[in-house]
Design a protein. Structure first.
Length: 365
């Protein structure tokens, strides 16, 4: 059984952004105890920037300049790993550092190499500690937190459980910090994909903060990969082992999708960044969702964005819902030409085929 545990910056740092040693100590103890029963654990940890800012002379308000934050990450990452290494050594656990960049998931060859590396570490009894490579991350594509990395790792490793430790008890029906906080109820369980889709899409009813929104999006990815996700408070005693033993009334548990996607379709759906968008008509939507057909140019109303062949593109209906994602068999230039005059379509797979059904993932249940 493989488990991915993710802890965020807010659970590791104080108000000034500095790392709290007691938070690290508690987390390491929790994971060490969990490894007595579940050996294959991967930790995704934020906090490198917080660990590096004091060394650069910053305290109090966190700077916004990305160059400063990247430099802080470069300084803080070895400090954070040294802290983890020292703390885990108390439990005779060796750790390894992996800095993941977007290309590690977007490029399939690197995706497979990353999986092989993590699997080898787990087989050797090593605890992998993963963080986004903030020091060289491109602001145009960087994810901003490690929630998505954790979900992609869970998918990469065919994990059974993703545990996301945060500064709240889980997902609430309303923002517990808002004026209407008395209406906020902790949601202990989300069983069906439709429920999760609704929570992800309705930020006003689920705290709406970037932190929880990104965790829900990560849980959605994990659900499609057949992974159970638990969102719970990092300060709760025995939180990791209780989540794994499915202790009742703790945090929020999101169950896996009843029909998980294959590894390749998961890669298309969640590892790639869409470079464009195709708006389709009602007939094309029925053909995709109900008949499992390929997408033909006759069903496309509008093409948005600049993309080349084999780039990922989103497919939206005319109500603005994203219903699918796929790999385009045409460039945006070719497609726009096809929409103007079908006789100009170059012969690729077939005269009118934009996305073959094998390269298409439905995101609407």
């Amino acid at each position: 059984m493989t488990i991915v545990v993710k802890i965020g910056t807010s659970s590791l740092t104080d108000a000034s952004g500095a790392i709290r040693s007691e938070a690290i100590e508690k987390l390491c103890l929790e994971i060490a105890k969990a490894r007595d029963q579940f050996e294959r654990i991967v930790l995704v940890s934020s906090g490198a920037i917080g660990a590096g800012l004091p060394a650069l002379g910053y305290s109090g308000t966190r700077p916004s300049d990305p160059r400063i934050l990247q430099a802080a990450s470069a300084v803080g990452q070895p400090r954070l790993m040294a802290t983890y290494s020292e703390e885990f050594s108390k439990y005779n656990l060796e750790v390894a550092q992996l800095l993941m960049a977007p290309d590690d998931f977007f490029t399939r060859k690197r995706y497979l190499h990353a999986r092989a590396t993590v699997e080898e570490l787990l087989s050797a009894g090593i605890l992998p500690i993963v963080n986004e490579n903030d020091a060289i991350a491109d602001d145009a594509i960087r994810w901003g937190d490690n929630d998505r990395i954790a979900a992609l790792l869970a998918q990469l490793l065919n994990a059974e459980h993703l545990i996301m430790l945060t500064d709240t008890d889980g997902l609430y029906s309303h923002d517990p910090h808002a004026e209407t906080s008395e209406k906020a109820k902790l949601i202990h369980e989300i069983k069906f994909q439709e429920e999760l889709d609704a929570q992800v899409g309705d930020s006003s009813s689920t705290q709406g903060s970037g932190g929880m929104a990104s965790k829900l999006a990560a849980a959605q990815m994990a659900s499609w990969a057949g992974v159970t996700t638990t969102i719970a408070s990092a300060t709760r005693e025995k939180v990791v082992i209780d989540a794994l033993l499915k202790e009742e009334k703790m945090g929020t548990t999101i169950h896996p999708h009843p029909k998980p996607l294959s590894a390749r379709k998961l890669w298309i759906a969640f590892a790639l960044i869409p470079k464009g968008k195709l708006i389709i008509d009602e007939g094309a939507e029925v053909a995709l969702v109900e008949d499992g057909s390929s997408l033909l140019s006759v069903g496309v109303v509008k093409s948005i964005g600049d993309f080349v062949r084999n780039d990922a593109v989103d497919i939206e209906n005319q109500q603005g819902e994203t219903i699918a994602r796929g790999l385009s068999a045409m460039t945006s230039t070719e497609l726009n030409s096809a929409l103007e005059n079908s006789s100009n379509v170059p012969s690729i797979k077939s005269a009118n085929e934009i996305i073959h059904r094998d390269d298409l993932v439905l995101l609407k249940s």
